[in-house]
Design a protein around this ligand. Structure first.
Ligand SMILES: Cc1cc2nc3c(=O)[nH]c(=O)nc-3n(C[C@H](O)[C@H](O)[C@H](O)COP(=O)(O)O)c2cc1C
Length: 226
């Protein structure tokens, strides 16, 4: 599937949301390579680059991960109650949860799963040297017309996962990212306003400039029909 024109940096940022439903289309190797070649341009502590990315396309492995995802979903959904309780949630939360549920049931159909790993104990802020690459990966995927999201529900069975994928004991699993051509639309993303989460010099001190900006931010400056 050919990528459309590069949506541009800010259009990409403002429209990269978690997409969890995929069309049954393969992701060509040259697209996947571009995604991963962008991922590894990220910074890491001491430039260690100890990240490792496992591309998972094997049907039997994907099925096993789906089985574990359903276990994870069972634990996660218990927080919300039964189906009626989920249906009563605010729309955006309900839709998001339904998309998580969908992916838990269809993980094996996702064209590609990427497992992100790094050396255990290598960094004083574990994850700080993996997630910049994860974000590069997700933004590159979005720019190329792919959809994806971090999806950690299948990662509960740590030892079995290590065994299944021959992961050395000195490697830590950070996250799983299913990727594919999305069946749902890209962004825009809903976030708390800058004024609510950014402070001026002291914690809790409002930033006057941000208070004068629209609560939805400046996305209107960048969002264009694609
Ligand atoms: C560290 C981390 C872990 C996440 N784990 C999961 C997960 O296990 N399952 C899932 O469906 N989404 C997971 N997500 C995705 C978030 O739920 C999603 O990015 C967030 O709700 C914003 O969604 P939106 O961009 O569509 O608004 C995770 C995101 C991060 C950063």
């Amino acid at each position: 599937m050919a990528a459309g024109p590069d949506p541009g940096f800010f259009q990409t940022i403002y429209t990269s949301r978690a997409l969890r439903r995929f069309k049954p289309l393969p992701v060509p190797d040259e697209v996947l390579f571009q995604v991963l070649d962008a991922a590894i341009r990220a910074p890491s502590g001491q430039n260690a680059q100890d990240w490792r990315f496992l591309i998972i396309t094997d049907p039997a492995t994907k099925s096993k991960l789906q089985e574990w995802a359903l276990e994870g979903w069972g634990h996660y959904r218990a927080r919300f109650g039964d189906d009626a309780a989920i249906d009563a949630l605010p729309r955006s939360q309900r839709l998001s949860l339904r998309s998580v549920e969908h992916l838990a049931h269809h993980l094996a159909e996702a064209p590609v799963l990427i497992l992100v790993l790094g050396l255990a104990g290598r960094h004083s802020t574990p994850g700080g040297s993996a997630f910049p690459a994860v974000q590069n990966l997700l933004l590159a995927a979005r720019a190329l017309g792919l959809g994806g999201s971090i999806f950690n529900l299948p990662l509960g069975r740590r030892e079995e996962l290590h065994e299944l994928l021959s992961i050395p004991a000195n490697n830590q699993v950070y996250c799983l990212i299913p990727l594919g051509y999305p069946a749902d639309r890209q962004g825009p993303v809903q976030r708390k306003p800058v004024a609510e989460v950014v402070f001026d010099n002291r914690f809790g001190e409002r930033w006057a400039f941000a208070e004068k900006q629209p609560p939805e931010g400046w996305q209107e400056r960048w969002l264009r029909p694609e």
